[in-house]
Design a protein around this ligand. Structure first.
Ligand SMILES: [Zn+2]
Length: 474
């Protein structure tokens, strides 16, 4: 195979339509579970391309799936299309200028993420049809990646049960196989109930729920010294019980986000946080109940799949950027600190290179030490289906995640090129898997070995529903 691979030509053939779809999603930035326009645009494109489309899957109105092909293995390519609040920004300029004051923006590049994945699935579909090959390729449009954990709900509903392999990607500054390290997490609410009283005239009758929240936070902060160094705990007081200091607060609530290296560590840490809440309630003679809101499992790697994807990356090389792409990336870099830029290189285990504003190489597998990572709901999928992801180079080196600079680059030619590059790699990887049952068998054996001693427990309990917005219930 060469750079002129038939599968890569099929990706190129439809580039204008997919660049336009990505731009359209960028122009309608929508938040968690309210991605109505974006989901509709994705479904329309899937239908136009000849996929069999299922909308509103797993009980979520904006989740969708398109399938093409017959028989053979099932390869899933996962996409996203949600935006972030407060990041509205004009495209193509290197200055902060919101389009809508306080509006949403695609600060994580999910306009590219969903479209690039569908672009890959479409090329695979076209190849199978052209050559009359058995095999099914699916595009999963997954809502609410930004804190919504939709893929965990999708796993729970069984939409991945007959999938053999899952493939995905994420926009980044560099291109390469994603080092599969992320933190398992649970978001949970603690509600304390006390007893109201006049804070001066009858303080002995009051039992403060706000005191309980404060004591819980103190307790958790003491726990930090005695938890694994890779774990993370964050909290936000969501209900202080009122604004009057002369009323003993009868209710108060705090939201916790607990993260750990893997699911078993997470379960142990969550239990400790629950005990601290119970202790705070005991000390204050209040009562407490808690509720898990969402959760993600950690990513499970897969050596055969990562090797396969890396081979395709080496064959294709990095995306080809031109002088204009680099000039705009230079301008973006001029708005960043040296620390931003150094951090970007360090994340991938690379030495900083002065004057380099766009990726010009493929980063090696297992790049970076994985100490500065967050969580992703792809993690939950990776526990039930062998999964591989890549990073696609779509923006200037140093661009912080969730920043106006990232939004400003979302429609740039470099973003389109990086997306097309990722689509080519994912399509070639998917096609190899469909044509070589041995590769799928090897990936499944690796998956089995890694999880042999660890039963999967979905971090989203059965009684938790996705937090759909009001409109979604109509
Ligand atoms: Zn993202």
């Amino acid at each position: 195979m060469s750079n002129q691979d038939a599968i890569w030509s099929l990706v190129e053939a439809k580039r204008q339509a997919f660049f336009a779809l990505s731009d359209r999603v960028w122009e309608t930035p929508e938040l968690n579970y309210a991605e109505y326009e974006s989901s509709h645009a994705h479904a329309a494109m899937l239908e136009q391309q000849g996929f069999r489309v299922a909308r509103g899957i797993a009980g979520m109105p904006t989740a969708l799936m398109g399938e093409a092909g017959e028989n053979g293995p099932v390869i899933a390519i996962l996409g996203e299309f949600d935006a972030l609040p407060g990041l509205s920004q004009e495209a193509g300029i290197a200055a902060m200028r919101p389009l809508v004051e306080g509006g949403n923006g695609h600060g994580c590049g999910h306009n590219l993420l969903g479209t690039g994945s569908m672009m890959a699935a479409t090329a695979v579909k076209d190849f199978l049809a052209l050559h009359g090959l058995p095999g099914r390729v699916r595009y999963y449009g997954c809502p609410a990646e930004e804190g919504g954990s939709s893929k965990g709900f999708m796993v729970r509903s069984g939409v991945f049960d007959d999938v053999d392999i899952a493939i995905s990607w994420h926009p980044a500054a560099f291109a390469g196989v994603n080092n599969p390290i992320s933190l398992a997490c649970n978001e949970m609410d603690f509600y304390f109930i006390g007893r109201s009283a006049h804070a001066a005239a009858a303080p002995h009758l009051g039992r403060s729920a706000l005191d309980a929240v404060e004591l819980m936070n103190v307790g958790v902060n003491y726990m930090r010294e005695h938890m694994p160094s890779t774990a993370r705990v964050h909290y936000a007081v969501t209900d202080t019980g009122g604004s009057a200091p002369n009323v003993v607060q009868a209710k108060a609530a705090v939201r916790y986000l607990v993260r750990a290296r893997d699911l078993p560590q997470l379960q142990a840490l969550v239990r400790r946080v629950e005990k601290i809440a119970e202790g705070a309630a005991l000390m204050t003679e209040t009562s407490v109940r808690h509720q898990i809101v969402s959760g993600d499992a950690n990513l499970v790697g897969n050596t055969p799949l990562e090797s396969l994807m890396h081979r395709h990356l080496q064959r294709l090389g990095p995306p080809v950027f031109d002088a204009q792409d680099r000039a705009f990336a230079d301008q973006i870099q001029s708005t960043l600190s040296q620390e931003d830029i150094a951090t970007s290189f360090a994340r991938f285990g690379l030495k900083p290179r002065k004057g380099l504003s766009l990726c010009d190489d493929i980063f090696p597998p297992e790049s970076g030490d994985g100490t500065l990572v967050g969580s992703t709901d792809v993690g939950t999928v990776s526990w039930v289906v062998p999964t591989v992801q890549m990073r696609g180079a779509t923006y200037a080196i140093g661009t912080p995640g969730h920043s106006w600079q990232l939004v400003a680059q979302g429609k740039a030619p470099a973003a389109h090129k990086g997306m097309e590059h990722a689509a080519k790699i994912m399509a070639a990887t998917a096609l190899d898997l469909i044509r070589n049952p041995d590769l799928i068998a090897a990936a499944k054996a690796d998956h089995r070995d890694r999880l042999a001693d660890t039963p999967f427990v979905n971090p989203i309990p059965d009684d938790v529903d996705p937090p759909l917005p009001e409109k979604a219930h109509v």
